[in-house]
Design a protein around this ligand. Sequence first.
Ligand code: 13P
Ligand code: SF4
Length: 304
Amino acid sequence: MTVSEVQNEILKLKKEKDICILAHSYQAREIVEIADFTGDSFQLSVMAKNATQKNYIMCGVRFMAETVKILSPQKTVFLANEIAGCPMAEQMDKELIEAVKEKYPDYTVVAYINTTADLKTVCDVCVTSSSAVKIVEKIENDNILFIPDCNLGDYVAEKVPQKNIKLLQGGCPIHAAVSMEDVKKAKNMHPNAKLLVHPECVPSVVKLADFVGSTSAIMDYAMKSQDKEFIIGTEMSIAEHLQYMCPDKKFYSVSKKLLCPNMKTTTLIDVLNCIKGDGGEEIILSEDTIKKARICIDKMIELG
Ligand code: 13P
Ligand code: SF4
């Protein structure tokens, strides 16, 4: 079968079976092409909440599928490839955060959406990379415990200096591997290019950026900009998608290290198998987990 034959089969089956396919922007192009919605982690969960299909397939990582299930418990949600996890989401567990909360009882616990459903049950407010600054600004309490990404937390602390933000040591190993050296090399090779980075990168890299934002914010910025060349400091799919969307501009990935093996675990064939009922994993969460985890996600939607 060719790629387009597989895509056509998926398009036919998803209509017949009332399935909505969600693809994070880090997915490969052939998956993005058959998705009903593509976006950053925040956009995907809101789109799924508002969509009318009964069944959902998440082409992304586990915490994204869990977020869809928490927001729409009556819907059937599948993760297209069951081994697609996010290492950052699994760095901290509920027991660790409960112990930290005992030490800092007057802190509001702000969790990046890249956390497990179980951990969300003990957090106060959720944020995504696109909403973190705005939400932390709006929280009444000045004492914030920001988990798990200390790089995103550091970026928020810079932008909201009036808050007392406590960080724990965690983050995305893929973004954190980008060094100032990588940036300098890319800038030397492309001196006229603007540098757009995700706030999961280390603070020394974020400080060099012309623009800092979520995956969708980076794409939006590049598409609307009058500039013609861009160095992209997030997963390399973004540079590739942008190149297709804006053929008159040039996009360079800041480093070849910026490839998320977890996001790239999902293939078009996985999507086909999942749609046929022969692969993927249905996301099952207890009523109690959904009820408790939803509190901090609803707060995120309210403040974001
Ligand atoms: P976004 O919130 O920008 O989609 O980021 C998710 C992610 O996993 C980035 O590494
Ligand atoms: Fe997780 Fe990093 Fe991959 Fe995003 S890029 S899914 S944070 S490992």
